[in-house]
Design a binder for this molecule. Structure first.
Ligand SMILES: [Zn+2]
Length: 287
């Protein structure tokens, strides 16, 4: 192998035929996400030798992982924008950017900070590639589209950075922090995705996996709090908001859905800040 010096805790495998896609598989972009870390460890312990392309894998945030904390100075998953934050994560993002720039596919495996079922997030709009790529992954809920970008439009997140370079940046949430119940199934799905892309011996993989019956949601709007913003009720995550519903109000303004929507990550009353994001609106995609 003839590779440039790799960042700390990042490794690389290459196929005999270097022509082929580059895949990046990351764990612990947030250092305390034990479930996501286990997923990547399982994938790498089971993965057969690849025959083409290149696989980079390892830890997003090694210093925070060592301490089992979310980050050292700032959130690494907000550090990939046009300007880098100061401190350890800014420096780490600068080290990882060249690798992410080369990625055809990024699989950034996270875990939630509240109990919730696993999801796949993809801030891009290429639905057909998304659908094909994630078929082996038995995660029911898939969210994609422009509503997953930060408000200022900058590619702050790992997945948006990869999408901005023309790649497919996926964030996979394995479930609650150290909830291991979905970990094995997610690891099998990711293993299959990597093997499909990089030409490993697919027939050795558990072939009993059925393509998942997935629910796809298009994130069409990132909602911003105007002055005196208040939700009309305490919306639950993933609650349906039928067409024409007034779901929030603000000074001189009502927030009404213009289609049958689903609300994602509605902020609690005391964490609503004027000018910041308060929720994301999704529409269910019929496939
Ligand atoms: Zn995370």
């Amino acid at each position: 192998m003839n590779l440039p010096k790799l960042p700390e805790k990042i490794s690389c495998r290459e196929g005999k035929h270097v022509e082929g896609p580059t895949v990046v598989l990351l764990k612990q972009t947030h250092g305390d996400e034990a479930g996501g870390a286990k997923v990547v460890d399982l994938v790498m312990s089971r993965l057969k030798p690849i025959t083409r392309g290149r696989l980079y894998y390892g830890e997003g945030n090694p210093r925070a992982s060592e301490k089992n904390i979310r980050f050292i100075d700032s959130d690494l998953n907000r550090s990939y924008g046009k300007s880098q934050p100061r401190g350890y994560e800014g420096q780490r993002a600068a080290e990882l950017k060249p690798i992410l720039r080369s990625a055809y596919v990024l699989l950034d495996v996270h875990s939630f900070r509240k109990p919730a079922p696993p999801i796949i997030c993809y801030p891009g709009n290429d639905f057909l590639r998304l659908e094909k790529l994630t078929t082996p992954l038995l995660i029911e809920t898939v969210i994609y589209g422009p509503g997953l970008w930060p408000l200022n439009g900058d590619h702050l997140y790992t997945d948006t950075f990869v999408c901005a370079q023309g790649g497919i940046g996926l964030t996979i949430e394995s479930g609650y922090l150290d909830d291991m119940s979905a970990v094995d199934s997610i690891a099998k799905g990711i293993q299959r995705i990597v093997e499909n892309l990089l030409g490993a011996r697919v027939h050795t993989v558990d072939e009993t996996l059925d393509p998942a019956v997935k629910k796809y949601f298009h994130a069409y709007e990132n909602v911003i709090a105007a002055k005196k913003f208040a939700f009309t009720k305490e919306w639950a995550n993933f609650e349906s908001v039928p067409d024409g519903t007034v779901y929030a109000t603000a000074e001189g303004k009502t927030y009404r859905t213009d289609r049958d929507a689903v609300i994602l990550f509605p902020k609690a009353k005391d964490s609503i800040v004027e000018g910041n994001e308060v929720c994301i609106l999704l529409e269910k995609k019929m496939v």
